[in-house]
Design a binder for this molecule. Sequence first.
Ligand code: TYM
Length: 398
Amino acid sequence: MDREDEDKRQVEENDFIVTPWTVKGDVDYDKLIDQFGTSRITPEIIETFQRLTGEVHPFLRRRIFYSHRDLDDILRRYENGEQFFLYTGRGPSGGVHLGHLIPWIFTKYMQDKFGAELYFQMTDDEKYFTTDRLPLEKTYELAMENTLDLIAIGFDPKKTFVFTDTGYMKTMYGIAAKVAKHTTLSTAKAVFGFENSTGIGMIFFPAVQAATCFLPSVLKGYNIPCLIPAAIDQDPYWRGIAREVAPKLGFYKPAQVHSKFIPGLGQGGKMSASEPETAIFTTDSPEVVEKKVKSSFTGGRDTQIEQRLLGGRADICPVYHYYFFLFELDDRELEKIYDDCVGGQLLCGDCKMMLASRVRRFIKNHQEKRKAAKDHLDEFIIEDVSGGLVKRSETKQR
Ligand code: TYM
């Protein structure tokens, strides 16, 4: 059975599937917590954020970030004076869409509030292995393009270190080799579903993604706790590999905070670059944004009369979810949109029009920052020199 057939079988059996490469069906987030063995974000964790940072990010309050491993431990250590670092990443297979921005916006909030360093991995090798249409040179190029989006989010250049796997492998290889030594093929098969037809590059790759969890500890020579904000699709790398090998290598187990997926503009499924017509990319023109939002699937009824009578179905509506995730941060205003929708007062056309103008504004603002980021790329990318956290901008000055 090939990968696609296996995915189909799992969707039929389970109603959904979530792996680092495939998210399909109607994801049951509670079930995922049980399947993956993670923990819910509790009111106690929310209170700790309130106490430590003076505010609770809407992503936490709304449980967009809803699950974790050892986040409580990270916060406890921080309160006791032990600083953690942040780790997240991107597989550069194309443009960045709104979904990718969710973990990055949250990571920026964490950097601002906790003063934490961020290590950001661009897995140009992974996307070369998994995508037939992309030469390795192209995934590297896309990694640089995607870094502009990352910079546009506003990370602190002094505390942010971005690298591509191919560009930083001299430093990474020793750590990845140690991770690989403690990971068997049968574990990798069980965690990722690898088969005999899987290329050996991809079979080694999980060691590379896991290695970054330990990179700062190796570079600085002492153990530093790691917190990974990402959507829950990336969890297998931590659950199956990094957390298993950490104690064997003498490192802390990396902690995670997991988000849900912003949906695509179609019916069901996450926003995904592999379905470009249902994703809003940061490089889309205002006209394209407008067109995409206006042709979005909704939870509306067939006719205006039915809609007025029965109300819309906000819970299954991507348009409502965009307000929920990114475009209405005021809880009371969000509640009003929800109530007006299900009460039949707000019709889909008006709701889409209001959203389209907000998304256009957001993208325009992002694009201005993205353009300005071109002059700052070298302040974020680290060079593969021994011992080091040396930025490209520093080596150019020498
Ligand atoms: P990639 O490029 O598939 O995704 C980048 C980040 O975006 C998240 N994500 C989403 N979040 C919310 N809604 C969505 N619709 C959505 N789609 C994607 C992903 O969870 C991820 O956080 N192998 C990785 C790159 C990587 C990485 C990491 C990611 C290397 N190290 C550490 C997170 C943490 C990848 O291909 O991500």
